[in-house]
Design a protein around this ligand. Structure first.
Ligand SMILES: Cc1cc2nc3c(=O)[nH]c(=O)nc-3n(C[C@H](O)[C@H](O)[C@H](O)COP(=O)(O)O)c2cc1C
Length: 235
């Protein structure tokens, strides 16, 4: 199927049939998720494929027992993290070194710009410091374009969550490309999901993804999109 047919075919399925999904379908889609475009190639995501029966039941409950979760054959939780940047940038640098491609500009970016942007502490002191610096940067901003963030922990979460959502879309496209269906969910109790997965405060649960084969009545109604003139602006 061509890409545009797949885009049309992907629907959010709220009721899945009892047909099993082969592990390789999930794995291939997860591998596609990892190829998503992501900020500074820092890959701040994690995907928890919940196979343990007890944990899966708890997860369904945490998703308010909504149909898409209850009937899904497989459940995957996508998580964004603001605490893996250091490990990942070191891995990136290592790779550049091995390939003999660690240019000074790359070294500077990953060893100075990224630590400045991503460093945070539990008391928010780094945030206060960055806010002071940003005050002076904003003055320069009257005369030229300047970087205006990230400043707060919330800004960091926005960056990593944006990127993780792109990976989720790749995952769903991978699922539909292999003849299966999915439903992204943000209807869940995040505290409970984090507890099930044993996640710390530096994480955000982005979506829970239900996967299966659509039941004949699994898609609720025709697709509706608002008029494109309202949202596509050609300026
Ligand atoms: C971030 C996000 C969260 C969503 N949360 C839920 C959810 O909790 N439950 C649900 O049934 N559908 C959920 N959806 C599915 C949307 O309702 C669905 O994508 C939208 O209605 C458009 O329909 P389509 O995906 O079939 O094109 C979510 C979608 C996204 C992207």
């Amino acid at each position: 199927m061509d890409f545009f047919d797949l885009v049309q075919k992907r629907r959010s399925v709220r009721k899945f049939s009892t047909e099993k999904v082969p592990d390789k379908v999930i794995l291939k889609s997860l591998q596609s998720a990892l190829l998503a475009a992501n900020s500074s190639n820092l890959q701040p995501w994690e995907f928890y494929w919940v196979k343990d029966k007890h944990k899966k039941n708890k997860l369904i409950e945490a998703c308010f027992s909504q149909n898409a979760a209850k009937t899904a054959q497989e459940l995957i939780v996508s998580v964004s993290r603001i605490d893996t940047w250091r490990r990942n940038k070191n891995l990136l640098i290592e790779n550049y070194k091995q390939e003999g491609k660690l240019l000074p500009i790359i070294d500077n970016y990953y060893n100075k710009v990224i630590p400045y942007s991503y460093y945070h502490d539990m008391f928010g002191i780094a945030g206060i410091f960055k806010r002071c610096v940003s005050f002076f940067t904003a003055i320069a901003g009257f005369f030229r374009p300047v970087p205006r963030g990230p400043i707060s922990k919330q800004d960091l979460f926005e960056i990593v969550t944006k990127t993780t959502a792109l990976a989720c879309q790749n995952f769903m496209m991978g699922i539909v490309a292999q003849g299966y269906d999915s439903c992204p969910m943000e209807g869940f109790d995040e505290n409970r999901v984090k507890k099930i997965l044993d996640l710390n405060k530096n994480t955000h649960v982005v979506m829970v993804l239900g996967v299966g084969k659509a039941d004949p009545k699994g898609v609720y109604g025709d697709r509706f999109r608002i008029d494109e003139d309202l949202v596509i602006k050609i300026i």
